[in-house]
Design a protein around this ligand. Structure first.
Ligand code: ZN
Length: 296
């Protein structure tokens, strides 16, 4: 699933290639992808305008439009890609990585199209049809963008409450943009067990997680997606840690399939003695990777 780096790749493509080109037609006939809009509604709202800016918060992307027009929200779903074609037919793509075994584009997988006056277009290509296009998408429920959150904000967001730290990283209302693979990469880089309770994280842990977030994001954006992370190839049975060689462990944390290094991300049971049962109202969590889904 596209995480922040993949969506950022798509956003940059639109910012570089699709702005300030007059929209002459809109194919919004896919009523599932364009729900709740009815066919023709997006066309009426966008025709004769231009896209003036491409924005993103977390995995949510939207374009501003000219003359105080509506924002055009485009969500890539599980594997959607943006294809922008120039007036002379040159196509550029952004979004999730193209699979090595990808089949050629089929026209019926173009779920939404803006046609430009110069003869080019912008297409949401989405074989699985899980992407979504809508006007004025809501972003108020999202936390700060993971690429823009400050160290102080991050420390407050990552240590509050008593959920597994991985569940917190995945909670888009706290920090927007981190998905399952990026969360495993960040925790591995910071050498923190994914089931560590947020209220047992020390300031040094929070700072290490912040640095890991920054470096994992920068690397994934530069290399073309979260699948390029250093530990991602080791997330399989029999995999070994690319840093220390120890066996990788697997479990469900925050409701998601999770992998961690058995040696460097050992459960920090020693810290649970610091928990105050009077304050938290619960017994210290067990170590290991099988905390119940506390993501809500
Ligand atoms: Zn290791």
């Amino acid at each position: 699933m596209p995480e922040l780096p993949e969506v950022e790749t798509a956003r940059r493509l639109i910012a570089d290639e699709a702005l300030h080109r007059r929209i002459t037609d809109v194919d919004d006939s896919d009523t599932f992808v364009c729900r709740p809009h009815s066919p023709g509604e997006l066309r009426a709202a966008l025709t004769d305008r231009t896209l003036t800016a491409a924005r993103r918060r977390g995995k949510t992307m939207w374009c501003e439009t000219s003359e105080d027009g509506p924002d055009l929200g485009i969500h890539l779903g599980m594997g959607g890609r943006i294809v922008v074609t120039s007036g002379d037919g040159r196509a550029a793509e952004g979004g999730g990585p193209r699979r090595r075994d990808a089949q050629p584009h089929k026209a019926e997988w173009n779920r939404f199209t803006l046609s430009f006056a110069d003869g080019g277009n912008l297409v949401l290509f989405d074989k699985r049809r899980l992407g979504r296009v809508r006007l004025n998408p809501a972003i108020d429920a999202l936390g700060p963008d993971a690429a823009e959150v400050t160290p102080a904000e991050f420390r407050g967001l990552i240590t509050r409450g008593s959920v597994a730290v991985k569940a917190r990283l995945l909670d888009q209302s706290r920090i927007a943009g981190v998905g399952n693979l990026l969360a495993d990469e960040i925790l591995w880089q910071a050498r923190v067990h994914p089931a560590t309770r947020t209220d047992t994280l020390r300031p040094a842990d929070a700072d290490r997680l912040y640095r890991a977030l920054e470096s994992a994001l920068a690397s994934a954006i530069a290399r073309g997606g979260v699948h390029t992370g250093d530990v991602i190839a080791a997330r399989h049975p029999g995999g070994s840690c690319p840093r220390c060689g120890a066996e990788m462990r697997h479990g469900t944390v925050g409701g998601r399939s999770t992998w961690w290094c058995s040696r460097e991300q050992a459960p920090t049971t020693v810290r649970y003695k610091d928990l105050d049962p009077e304050r938290t109202g619960c017994l210290p969590a067990r170590g290991g990777g099988s905390l119940p889904d506390d993501e809500g």
